[in-house]
Unconditional design. Structure first.
Length: 386
């Protein structure tokens, strides 16, 4: 295998677009005056979307006076109704997870699945579950599991959770990981993923998202503690890594957020290694171009302030932002930013691919046919061995 050459689709050079409506882009942010039992400000928390307009928040850390104790790690669980803009705390019962931050969490079926994290006493390698309807908690007992870690990422794909990277040393350590493990929800077993290609360097505080049959990893801090500006993709079925040709100084950051919407990755805020950020960018995966919706601006009151270690999710074409930290303040504010709905071409293309429908020889505009073929080659089909 080492003598084989992986033939990969090529990408064009990265372009960066600053739209003429830059000021209008700033004006689209809207602070949400939510009601109910609003969570304390925090960082290192997790928020999961159940696909039905409900968001579930767990854990994090708060170091401000409102928590009454410097370095308070949290184990509270909240539901946020996106449509009603109401927070409610769900009491936890059963075997509750140990308070922690910088863990990962995913929604799977009717549960939030929590892995890893840290608190002031150590790091974790356990899996905990919380039923979203009842708040019932359980810990999954597994003999063989990955090394304890925090500031890693986790995604779900076809009944499995994939965990990549993270930090395995103390707070001031640069000990970071570049391994990947796969957890099977049905068998409740871990397996280390053996992959070909060129993997990312060890890193933490990065982001991972799924697009097509690929996981895309962006940013973070490397083994020397430097912020990264690179993108990597991992084919989830062929198990092959590849670095994308899309680095740019504007992307250099860690402790940011990134989500997929339509054919783009939406990136907000974070830390550049020198300062906190509150810029909003969209990386179009099809055109390989970065669109700067608005740049950093700490003096514009219409924007969320600069921040790191926050969370964002997309619900019904709205980017929902919660929490984070700036200048020692642990925030519990919420903002929404309207995103353009996926195009008809995007929806039609995905319908053909997801349902395995053969492209008709006649009847589709050439632009849509080529879009389907390009998408399959770029994000669905496995790489060929030459």
């Amino acid at each position: 295998m080492s003598e084989s050459r992986w033939e990969m689709p090529t990408t064009t050079g990265l372009g960066v677009e600053y739209p003429s409506f830059l000021d209008d882009g700033k004006k689209q942010w809207k602070e949400i005056k939510s009601t109910g039992r609003i969570p304390l400000g925090r960082i290192g928390h997790s928020i999961c979307d159940d696909g039905e307009g409900n968001l579930y928040l767990w854990g994090g850390v708060n170091e401000t006076i409102e928590s009454g104790n410097k370095g308070t790690y949290l184990d509270d669980f909240f539901k946020y109704d996106f449509h009603a803009k109401i927070w409610s705390e769900i009491p936890l019962v059963g075997t509750k997870p140990v308070p922690r931050a910088f863990h990962s969490a995913v929604c799977y079926q009717d549960k939030v699945i929590i892995f890893g994290g840290c608190n002031g006493k150590g790091r974790f390698d356990d899996i905990n579950t919380i039923e979203t309807a009842t708040g019932h908690c359980d810990i999954v007992n597994i003999a063989r599991k990955p090394q304890s870690r925090y500031c890693h990422t986790a995604i779900t794909y076809q009944g499995k959770m994939l965990v990549f990277g993270g930090k395995c040393g103390g707070r001031n350590s640069n000990r970071r990981l570049a391994d990947m493990f796969e957890y099977n929800f049905a068998t409740k077993q871990w397996n280390e993923v053996e992959a070909a290609g060129t993997p990312p360097s060890s890193r933490s505080a990065h982001t991972s998202v799924v697009y097509g049959k690929k996981m895309l990893v962006f940013g973070g801090r490397d083994g020397d503690g430097h912020c990264c500006e690179d993108f990597h993709e991992f084919h989830l079925e062929a198990k092959v890594w590849r670095r994308l040709d899309c680095t740019h100084p504007i992307l250099m950051r860690a402790r940011h957020s990134a989500v997929v919407h339509g054919d783009s990755i939406v990136i907000f805020g974070g830390w550049s290694g020198k300062k906190k950020l509150n810029d909003l960018c969209m990386y179009n995966l099809d055109t390989n171009k970065i669109r700067v919706i608005h740049d950093n601006d700490e003096n514009d009151s219409q924007l969320p302030c600069r921040r790191e270690c926050h969370t964002t999710v997309v619900v019904e074409n709205q980017l929902v932002l919660f929490g984070g930290r700036f200048r020692g303040i642990f925030m519990n504010d919420s903002f929404e930013y309207p995103l353009p709905p996926p195009s008809l071409k995007f929806l039609l293309r995905n319908w053909f691919v997801d349902n395995g429908v053969k492209i008709p020889e006649m009847g589709l505009p050439s632009g849509i046919s080529s879009s389907i073929n390009d998408y399959k080659k770029r994000f669905v089909d496995p790489p060929r061995i030459v």
